[in-house]
Design a protein around this ligand. Structure first.
Ligand code: SF4
Ligand code: SF4
Length: 418
């Protein structure tokens, strides 16, 4: 199945009427000027070029030969976190594919030899050599497994761990498997056959490299007869739901650990107990929320604005995993949950996505601090989320922020309540 090319999004580029909705929350959802902005690059840099609208204009001008590549332009294109907030807010009023165009633009930049940023090229080399984005020994990928963890000798359920939990946050992996053990879920892991999910490569336009690892993982899952993949990382979840279906129909279902726990609680197979009283606010990771709707291929003709033949199924971000993490948190006695203004499909990016944490750490940290301020404004004493990329962003931001605020991965809170 061929990947879509930049030319395939000409209609989106030409349909943009510069209304600006891609930079702001929809009016009824705002609670005032604070936290009304939705696009981190626009909020930080203040020029229209830094926005979904601006990136569409850049893409169109590059296609028309009205704009030439230069290093400043490449930096601009790679400063976008690919968070998709522009896409969802544009789609709240129009039928356009803003994020798909941004991703196709990055892939074109790579094909033309101008991208990605050097640090992203390094990640691709690391994945090719050691199958993880950090360049760590592949043989150490499952070093986090401890003797008390029970793995099934064979199972059609696999826990896909991902690079960041495997090498940087092993406690996420350890807590996930302990939760599965406590709920009596029989599962296995791919062990040496698990490679990077490919998400970070795909989002930086390195489609061929992403495809290589994705095809490896798909073959490994098929070889082991896996029909259910459990993930604890939002980046992996987004890759399985949005990228892998572009390579062919998936033969397995993908589920997030919070969805598994929600079901275990509903079935009476897991009970969570009182932990320390805390007021927490839940941060929806982009790739578990608005960007987690399964990719649906569409090929046809755009007859006129809003008239696609055959009709197209739009992904407007409402079907993300929003309830499961909240229901699980509510099931932990002692936790009070308060919401931020920008939540669910309108969540504000943590700043780590799209390769921005690696290429532009200062901007990435600025974004994480903005989000932390919003979290603090709720009166919560902790941010909870379920993505190791978000954890990395918030961990650094909270270290330098005024006032005490903690960060927890949801698996930590569940494991503490077992
Ligand atoms: S919301 Fe959509 S149509 Fe409006 S400026 Fe942004 S990209 Fe263009
Ligand atoms: S994907 Fe996110 S950072 Fe990039 S233009 Fe859209 S809203 Fe802004």
């Amino acid at each position: 199945m061929p990947m879509l090319a930049l030319e395939d999004f000409r209609h989106t580029m030409e349909s943009c009427n510069h209304c600006g909705q891609c930079k702001w929350l929809l009016g009824p959802k705002t609670k005032g000027y604070d936290y009304a902005e939705i696009c981190p690059i626009h909020q930080r840099f203040g020029f229209d070029a830094y926005s979904g609208q601006g990136l569409l204009n850049i893409a169109e001008e590059l296609l028309n030969g009205e704009l030439a590549y230069e290093s400043g332009l490449i930096e601009l294109i790679y400063s976008c976190t690919t968070c998709g907030a522009c896409d969802i807010n544009c789609k709240s009023i129009r039928d356009m594919e803003v994020l798909e165009t941004i991703l196709a633009l990055r892939s074109r930049v790579v094909a033309d030899g101008w991208g990605p940023m050097p640090v992203h090229q390094q990640q691709a080399r690391s994945v090719a050599r050691q199958h993880n984005i950090f360049g760590k020994e592949h043989g150490q990928r499952f070093d986090w497994l401890t003797p008390d963890i029970e793995l099934a000798k064979s199972s059609n359920v696999a826990y896909f761990v991902g690079c960041v939990a495997s090498y940087r946050y092993p406690q996420i992996a350890q807590n996930t498997v302990r939760i599965l053990n406590a709920g009596g879920v029989k599962f296995t892991v791919l062990d040496g056959e698990e490679y990077c999910c490919g998400g970070p490569l795909w989002r930086t336009g390195q489609v061929a490299a992403a495809r290589q690892v994705a095809e490896h993982n798909l073959a490994a899952l098929e070889k082991h007869g896996i029909d259910t993949v459990i993930v604890s990382c939002a980046e992996c979840f987004g890759a399985f739901r949005d990228f892998y279906p572009r390579l062919g129909e998936l033969k397995f279902q993908v589920t997030h650990i919070t969805e598994v726990v929600e079901q275990l609680i509903a079935d009476g197979r897991l009970t969570l107990h009182n932990t320390r009283s805390r007021k927490v606010t839940y941060h929806d990771p982009c790739l578990l929320g608005r960007l987690s709707e399964a990719y649906v291929p569409w090929h046809g003709e755009i007859k006129a604005f809003g008239r696609h033949e055959p009709p197209k199924q739009w992904r407007r971000g409402r079907q993300g995993v929003y309830d499961a993490p909240r229901e699980v948190l509510k099931a932990i006695p002692g936790l009070e949950i308060v919401e931020m203004v920008r939540n669910e499909e309108n969540s504000y990016c943590c700043g780590a996505g799209g390769g921005v944490a690696e290429a532009f750490p200062n901007f990435s940290q600025w974004t994480a601090r903005e989000r932390s301020k919003e979290a603090k404004s709720t009166g919560a004493d902790a941010i909870v989320s379920c993505c190791p990329f978000c954890e990395s962003a918030f961990e650094q931001a909270l270290r330098t922020a005024d006032g005490e605020m903690e960060y927890f991965d949801v698996t930590q809170l569940i494991a503490d309540a077992l």
